[in-house]
Design a protein around this ligand. Structure first.
Ligand code: ZN
Ligand code: ZN
Length: 418
């Protein structure tokens, strides 16, 4: 650990950091008495890991186990490991995690890695390492993407991340600014964050209920560089805010969250769409994406920056060229209003309407918990090793809901709920 990331010297409000830990356990996970917890975190997030671990045990956690990652050690692999290393992953670790989740453990991830960590590395190697990791991670990730267990992700303002977001400020100032932006977006800068989250969840539940009542067959997005019809999966269900995992626990997987989202039909997406914010994908910035869909499949993909990486991502597997999520977020969301580009999907996706390439969420189907993967595919749910969100909303984008009989209902006008 370098001196500047020593906990005692971090310019981070300790009261708000503790509130974030409390929100992660009491709102994000709703950890149950006796439940075990598996945490993954960058080593720089140690101060938050300590607070979360303390609050986990205060909430009655059985056993808390944390796995740390570190930028320097990740880069050491790219600099010095033999070439065949990039087709491998620590499968034994992910098998162990899958076992823990199957045994009832909850899962908490702390995000905050340097978004440009791998920017200077060979994109082919990055793609190979990601693919090997995705394959090895699958048994554990399925427990999360199928919502078998309560899980949560929160963020810590890593100095390397803060420098990226606020490049003109000295590091301590950048860290303080990013910390305050994370606290505001995570709604822990108020006196009673748990009550604030209850009110926020109620608002998202109202939006989801309206969309579920309308039962649109498709959404039509129009805006600069965008004329896109996203067919929705048969029996799709909208979700937003807190929802109930298959283990019966109602939790808030993403903190922050501003979206209501559902599953598009993998075969029924037509037209073209342009991104409205850059996508930071595992160390590479992909900017000004524009893609064209035919029969649900991306047949043409361009980007002003990172096009090579984008096309590698699309070649991951057959499902990587099709959509697994469509999400609605008003342009006036607090994260959008902050005007900050976080270079982190957890935040940036909550600033804007977005779509995701790849794997769908089975919970976004009516009675999704009882559907087999084959049934989900038959209803139009996409399958892939990847799930990558990118932003297509702005104050210039309109959205109509199209009913099965072809009638149209305004859903959003100029980025706001109609
Ligand atoms: Zn989303
Ligand atoms: Zn997503």
């Amino acid at each position: 650990m370098t001196l500047h990331s020593h906990p005692a010297t971090l310019p981070i409000d300790p009261v708000k950091l503790e509130r974030l830990a409390e929100v992660a356990i009491r709102v994000g996970l709703r950890l149950e008495r006796g439940q075990d917890l598996v945490i993954t975190a960058p080593i720089a997030a140690l101060p938050l890991v300590r607070e979360i671990t303390r609050h986990a045990y205060l909430a009655g956690a059985g056993l808390v186990t944390t796995f740390y990652s570190d930028e320097e050690t990740t880069l050491a692999r790219y600099r010095h490991a033999p070439d065949e290393s990039f087709d491998r992953a620590s499968g034994w670790l992910y098998e162990g995690m899958a076992k823990a989740y199957a045994g009832g453990a909850a899962r908490l991830a702390i995000s905050g890695d340097n978004p440009m960590m791998l920017a200077a590395e060979d994109p082919a190697r990055v793609a190979r390492a990601n693919k090997a990791n995705s394959i090895a991670y699958k048994p554990a990730l399925e427990k999360i993407s199928n919502f078998d267990i309560n899980w949560n992700i929160v963020s810590f303002p890593n100095p390397a991340w803060a420098r990226q977001v606020f490049p003109d400020d000295p590091e301590p100032v950048a860290v303080e600014k990013l910390a305050n932006a994370i606290f505001a977006a995570s709604r822990v800068d108020v006196a009673d964050p748990v009550a604030a989250w209850e009110a926020h969840n109620a608002g998202l539940a109202r939006r989801s209920a309206w969309l579920n009542g309308e039962r649109f067959a498709a959404l039509h997005f129009t805006g600069p560089g965008t004329d896109l019809t996203v067919g929705l999966a048969d029996g799709h269900e909208w979700h937003g805010g807190a929802s109930t995992a298959k283990n019966g626990i109602t939790c808030n997987p993403n903190i922050p969250t501003e979206e209501v989202f559902t599953t598009p039909h993998a075969l029924r997406v037509e037209g073209h769409v342009s991104s409205t914010k850059p996508l930071s994908h595992q160390g590479t910035l992909i900017d000004e994406i524009s893609v064209r869909f035919e029969g649900g499949r991306i047949v043409e993909a361009k980007a002003s920056k990172g096009e090579q990486v984008l096309n590698k991502v699309l070649d991951t597997d057959e499902g990587a060229r099709r959509l697994g999520e469509v999400a609605l977020v008003p342009h006036s969301s607090p994260i959008s209003k902050s005007g900050i580009l976080f270079f982190n999907t957890l935040f940036d996706e909550n600033a804007s309407c977005h779509i995701a390439l790849g794997q769908c969420y089975s919970k976004c189907f009516l009675d999704g918990a009882s559907l087999t993967p084959e049934q989900i595919a038959a209803q139009g749910g996409n399958a892939s090793l990847i799930h990558i969100d990118w932003m297509i909303g702005s104050d210039k984008v309109d959205i109509d809901g199209i009913a099965a009989d072809g009638s149209r209902t305004p859903v959003m006008r100029k980025g706001e709920w109609a």
